[in-house]
Design a protein. Structure first.
Length: 301
């Protein structure tokens, strides 16, 4: 007599990309405590790798990087709980995270992991949910999460949950542009960064009219360097003067650079695909030493 065994689907391994904000205008605090923002965000070719497989014993998370918390607070496990609620029953998955994106950097690593976990669980479950449903689930986890469900360059509004994918023409302008990402030794907590803006209000806020004007100029064919803006940069550099000096040095060399998100990571972006960053690397190494996190990648559009 033959015994049938329930077969598990093959594990799913997906790239979990980092992102940078080419523009991040924080326009003020809302009644719900969140902030209104206008941002242009794009995924990078650089990121983590998340492998997800069916489990017979609840949700398990492992990561070779000991600095990554694997407790229930990890956004991957939060995503699993949101997914279970949407399914209306408990599921069981193993998550194996290869963490490359530095934490506390403003590169969206945790948000990306959560969104990619939702996509992988959906695949392994026979795709019961549409991308729109996955974005709704992602919005429950964090403001940056919905972007990573599709991961195409987009304009982000509201608290980050309102996404407008950029046109094909604009994406083609960005696609493949080289990006040099670097992060100093210190990290910045997002909640602290927003607190800095709120406590100095309205000093670091930008009106939505100013933000939309800059955005529309770029979307209409204006040069990329004129889009680059981040409300957090002045506030963060007020505390971390070394970072301000480094960004000033890079800009004196005509580098187009910006802090990403609420920091502390920054990036230099080229305006053509052939651009290389030897001079900029040396400036960064002179400021922070050769051990500083510094990686060359490109815009994934």
């Amino acid at each position: 007599m033959l015994h049938s065994h329930a077969s598990h689907p093959a594990p799913v391994s997906l790239r979990s990309p980092a992102k940078v904000n080419l523009m991040l205008s924080v326009c003020g605090r809302r009644a719900d405590g969140f902030h209104d923002l206008v941002s242009v965000v794009t995924a990078l070719d650089f990121g983590d790798q998340l492998t997800v497989s069916s489990s017979s014993d609840g949700h398990q998370l492992s990561c070779g990087n000991g600095e990554v918390p694997i407790s229930e607070d990890n956004l991957i496990l939060r995503a699993a709980r949101v997914f279970d609620r949407a399914m209306g029953r408990p599921t069981a998955f193993n998550f194996e995270l290869d963490k490359q994106i530095p934490m506390g950097a403003g590169l969206g690593g945790g948000s990306s992991n959560a969104a990619i976990a939702l996509k992988a669980m959906n695949q392994l479950s026979g795709e019961p949910f549409t991308e729109d449903s996955l974005r709704d689930m992602a919005a429950e986890i964090g403001s940056d999460c919905p972007f990573f469900v599709e991961g195409r360059p987009a304009v982000m509004r509201g608290r980050g949950e309102r996404l407008e994918t950029l046109t094909e023409a604009v994406r083609q302008r960005l696609s493949g542009l080289p990006v040099l990402v670097f992060k100093p030794e210190f990290s910045v907590a997002t909640a602290w960064a927003y607190g800095q803006l709120a406590s100095a209000a309205p000093r670091y806020y930008e009106s939505s009219e100013e933000a939309e004007a800059r955005l529309q100029a770029f979307l209409g064919g204006g040069p990329l360097p004129e889009l680059l803006f981040n409300s957090f940069e002045a506030a963060i550099c007020q505390k971390f003067l070394g970072l301000r000096c480094l960004l000033d040095s890079l800009r004196k060399k005509s580098a187009h650079c910006l802090m990403s998100g609420s920091g502390s990571a920054c990036f230099v972006i080229g305006t053509c695909q052939a651009e290389r960053f030897e001079q900029e690397r040396e400036i960064i190494y002179d400021a922070f030493g050769k051990d500083v996190f510094c990686i060359e990648t490109f815009v994934s559009a």
